[in-house]
Structure formats: structure tokens, C-alpha cells
Design a protein around this ligand. Structure first.
Ligand SMILES: [Zn+2]
Length: 154
């Protein structure tokens, strides 16, 4: 028999051959617990609905943004930051021709406003590669106005 490495089930710790893992009927499978299963299904349904909602929203309002939603629980009309702020994206010449972007002054911007500003920032910096918004970083504070820098991914 050719050498085959072993695998260990993370739920019941049974050691088995790799080819057996797909048929392993685990006694500790968390999905056999009806409460956990219902929770997982509820989360999955919420995740799908939120993803779809953001995909539709982005398509209509900010088409250069790629599959971005701040989190499963955030909605476009929810406040993203409490207080006065500017939203800022620095320019990196490697990723596109353009210049750094700074939004107008906002008080309590919503996630929808943040994403519309992110769309403008993508166009102004010319960086169409990093079109996934991972979050907002607290940058400098000028008087009482916080500068929030877009944290981007691809
Ligand atoms: Zn198992």
C-alpha cells in the first residue's frame, strides 16, 4: 500500500486515513446539534440577505466598488462614525494615475455615505485595483475633526 498521511478530525479527534475523511460520520459534528444548526442556518440566511442587499446597493450607487459591505450587520443608512470627520485615501502612483482624495467634512456619516466617498476616492486616485473596503482607520485629528483613512483590499 502506498504511503498515505493521516488526518485527525477536529471535532472528535479520531485519527483516520485522508481518503476516509469525506465519509467520516462524526459523532461530535456540531451540525448534529439542532440549536447550533438552527443558529448556523439563521446566520447563513442573514449573511446571504445582507450580501445581496449590499451587492444591489453598490451596483446602483458605487459601481467601482467590488463586493464590499462593511459587515454582515451594517446597513447603508447606519452611522459608520460618530462625530466630525473627513474621509481620506492617499495616492500611490504604482496603482494608478491620480491624486490623493479627501472628502468634504461629515458629521456622523452613514455607511452609505462612506461607500459613496470611497467610490469617489477610487476614481480620483486611479486605484481601481484596491476596490474592496476593509474598514476605516483613525488617522490624524485636526482640531475636533477626525481624519478617517480608507483601509482597502483587493
Ligand atoms: Zn469526527
Amino acid at each position: 500500500m502506498p504511503f498515505e498521511s493521516l488526518a485527525r478530525c477536529t471535532d472528535c479527534h479520531t485519527i483516520m486515513h485522508h481518503h476516509e475523511t469525506s465519509d467520516h460520520d462524526c459523532p461530535n459534528d456540531p451540525m448534529k446539534d439542532p440549536v447550533k444548526r438552527a443558529e448556523a442556518e439563521e446566520w447563513e440566511a442573514r449573511f446571504e440577505a445582507t450580501t445581496k442587499m449590499w451587492e444591489d446597493w453598490v451596483e446602483e450607487n458605487a459601481p467601482h466598488i467590488k463586493t464590499a459591505y462593511p459587515s454582515i450587520d451594517n446597513h447603508p443608512d447606519e452611522i459608520a462614525f460618530h462625530g466630525q470627520c473627513f474621509l481620506h485615501l492617499p495616492h500611490d502612483g504604482f496603482w494608478g494615475e491620480g491624486e490623493a482624495y479627501t472628502s468634504r467634512n461629515y458629521t456622523n456619516p452613514t455607511w452609505g455615505e462612506v461607500l459613496i466617498e470611497f467610490e469617489k476616492a477610487i476614481i480620483q486616485t486611479g486605484d481601481y485595483h484596491h476596490s474592496f473596503l476593509e474598514g476605516l482607520n483613525l488617522s490624524k485629528k485636526v482640531c475636533s475633526v477626525q481624519i478617517l483613512e480608507f483601509s482597502t483590499g483587493s
